[in-house]
Design a protein around this ligand. Structure first.
Ligand SMILES: CC(C)(COP(=O)([O-])OP(=O)([O-])OC[C@H]1O[C@@H](n2cnc3c(N)ncnc32)[C@H](O)[C@@H]1OP(=O)([O-])[O-])[C@@H](O)C(=O)NCCC(=O)NCCSC(=O)C[C@@](C)(O)CC(=O)[O-]
Ligand SMILES: NC(=O)C1=CN([C@@H]2O[C@H](COP(=O)(O)OP(=O)(O)OC[C@H]3O[C@@H](n4cnc5c(N)ncnc54)[C@H](OP(=O)(O)O)[C@@H]3O)[C@@H](O)[C@H]2O)C=CC1
Length: 484
């Protein structure tokens, strides 16, 4: 938000407008007294605005003082409207009514001015590990849900998706500084000793019923010591949980090493919300691999492609093309597309799509070349079914659809692992369909049909000598010889 007026001008503006427009609004001092003695609930909106403009009530604390989410948002919108050049927010289409704000404050967002509804489509059903599931996807990219659905159909007509979870451990990598390289090496040696690890583990695990410290990975950069805490976090994605545990462990380390200076609880050795090879190689969150066999007939009838064309495209694009581009975990077509849509629908932290969507997609002929084998290997899917946005009712409803809402009380961690497996299978469906569309030359056509609201009519097309665009069929014959 850009405030175009200074706070004092703003105060005058609000006060003057309130005085002009609403006779009977109490003056500032009277409002202050009423607020101090009876609370903000007894004030009119204009009176509250005066107090906010005068700095008596911080704009971000309106919920706390008004005990009414909708009213707090209404007052905040009025304040921003009157303080900004455009002045549009108060009456804008950003909705704020008919929303359950009870879980928002203190967990999901501050300074709320409304909600941005996203369409949620459903892909599937897809058979995943023997179970038929419908997958909710929040997106504004037309064709994405249709494409994932097509992939789900092809997979389900084939073997179904099988998934394996190879690792489940969230990481946090604080940065510590020692007085010298020798002292840094001494700290490293202690952390790597059985007794050091046991002491750190005890301190760390005392902060949570669910966190289990699996290992420490230590790297030195001069006298800086980076410690990657690798932790099981139950059904939580785990960043708050593990950061809390790290803080406690760092206190213990400082008790043992009085010359240890904690530079930051996150030293980017985690690595959270940034591309990094360490996540691609060692994994972060859940590491999952999904696989399916698609019969050749289904490749032809549902995907409009062939086994050979898909394998050739996968090697050329997802492996060689990505290598040529210097990809870091991006050996796929659009894992981030499907994953982010599932993340948004199910209340995951959207910024973690950076590392969560790293994926290598492999395709090879199966059953003597008749059928297609596809797999997606995703080392860093960071998901939870408790905490963060998972508590919001719409997101929780999507988790319910997938049978993994909230904590799994019998087997903590099973819900989050299930969500990671489903996400990996959904990504595989998206990979299959987009690669097929690219192999058959259908990508652009499908996006013009499903991802652009008003196709140009002949009347609105410029009558200049534009080279005619090839049709999908032309593209198919020219660029994909041998396609079905
Ligand atoms: C759009 C299709 C699926 C049509 O594909 P089609 O083969 O013409 O579809 P169809 O009419 O024969 O239907 C086949 C199945 O697709 C599904 N399907 C079909 N239409 C719908 C629909 N409207 N709504 C829901 N589901 C739909 C549905 O499952 C249907 O089975 P049915 O239910 O009829 O038995 C196909 O052309 C396609 O997959 N295109 C690719 C679109 C895509 O994947 N877009 C993703 C974004 S691309 C991008 O952003 C990333 C990129 C490209 O830049 C990354 C890169 O560099 O590679
Ligand atoms: N702090 C940071 O640096 C970062 C924070 N985030 C944000 O962190 C939030 C998520 O943090 P996260 O730690 O996942 O969630 P929470 O902070 O909500 O922690 C999980 C809570 O759920 C409790 N719990 C109950 N049942 C279970 C169960 N079955 N499994 C696991 N925990 C259970 C835990 O208990 P107990 O108290 O016993 O552990 C804990 O209190 C998101 O909003 C995300 O955006 C994202 C990146 C970085």
């Amino acid at each position: 938000m850009v405030l175009k007026k200074s706070p004092s001008v703003l105060a005058e503006f609000v006060a003057a407008q309130a005085a002009e427009e609403r006779r009977g609004v109490r003056g500032l001092e009277e409002c202050r007294t009423a607020f101090a003695t009876e609370g903000a609930g007894v004030l009119s909106d204009d009176e509250v605005l005066q107090l906010v403009a005068a700095g008596t009530i911080p704009a971000y604390a309106l919920e706390k003082h008004l005990h009414d989410h909708v009213r707090a948002i209404r007052v905040r919108r009025a304040l921003i409207s009157r303080a900004s050049a455009s002045g549009t927010l108060e009456t804008s289409h950003l909705p704020y009514h008919h929303y359950d704000y009870s879980h928002v404050h203190g967990q999901c967002c501050e300074n709320v001015i409304g909600v941005v509804p996203l369409p949620v489509g459903v892909a599937g059903p897809m058979r995943i590990d023997g179970e038929l599931l419908h997958i909710p996807m929040a997106t504004t990219e037309g064709a994405l849900v249709a494409s994932t659905s097509r992939g789900c159909k092809a997979i389900t007509l084939g073997s179904g998706a099988s998934t394996v979870l190879t690792r489940d451990a969230m990481t946090r990598g604080p940065c510590l500084q020692m007085p010298s390289v020798l002292r840094a090496a001494a700290l490293k040696a202690w952390l790597e000793s059985d007794s050091g690890l046991a002491d750190v583990r005890a301190a760390f695990q005392a902060t949570s019923r669910f966190a289990k410290l699996r290992s420490l990975k230590i790297a030195l950069a001069g006298r800086l010591v980076f410690v990657r805490f690798t932790t099981f976090t139950g059904d939580a994605m785990g960043m708050n949980m593990i950061s809390k545990g790290c803080e406690q462990a760092l206190r213990l380390i400082q008790e043992r090493f009085a010359d240890c200076d904690v530079v930051a609880v996150s030293g980017n050795y985690c690595t959270d919300k940034k591309p990094a090879a360490i996540n691609w190689i060692d994994g972060r969150g859940k590491s999952v691999v999904s696989e399916a066999i698609i019969p050749g007939a289904v490749v032809r009838s549902v995907l409009k492609s062939s086994v050979d064309d898909l394998c050739r495209l996968n090697v050329s694009k997802n492996l060689i093309g990505s290598a040529m581009a210097g990809a870091l975990g991006g050996f796929n077509a659009h894992a981030a597309n499907t994953l982010t849509a599932v993340f948004l629908a199910t209340g995951q932290d959207p910024a973690q799509n950076v590392e969560s969507s790293t994926c290598i997609t492999l395709m090879e002929p199966a059953n003597d070349g008749q059928d297609l084998r596809i797999s997606c290997s995703m080392p860093s899917i960071e998901v939870g079914t408790v905490g963060g946005g998972t508590v919001l009712p719409p997101q929780a409803a999507c988790l319910d659809m997938l049978g993994c809402r909230g904590p799994n009380r019998e087997c903590p961690g099973a819900h989050a692992q299930r969500l990671a497996r489903i996400t990996c299978a959904a990504v595989m469906a998206g990979e299959l369909s987009l690669c097929a569309a690219l192999a058959s030359g259908d990508l652009v056509r499908s996006h013009i049909a499903l991802n652009r609201a008003v196709p140009p009519t002949p009347a609105s097309t410029p009558q200049t000598s534009v080279t005619p665009q090839p049709s999908a069929a032309d593209l198919r014959t020219s660029s994909n010889k041998g396609s079905a």
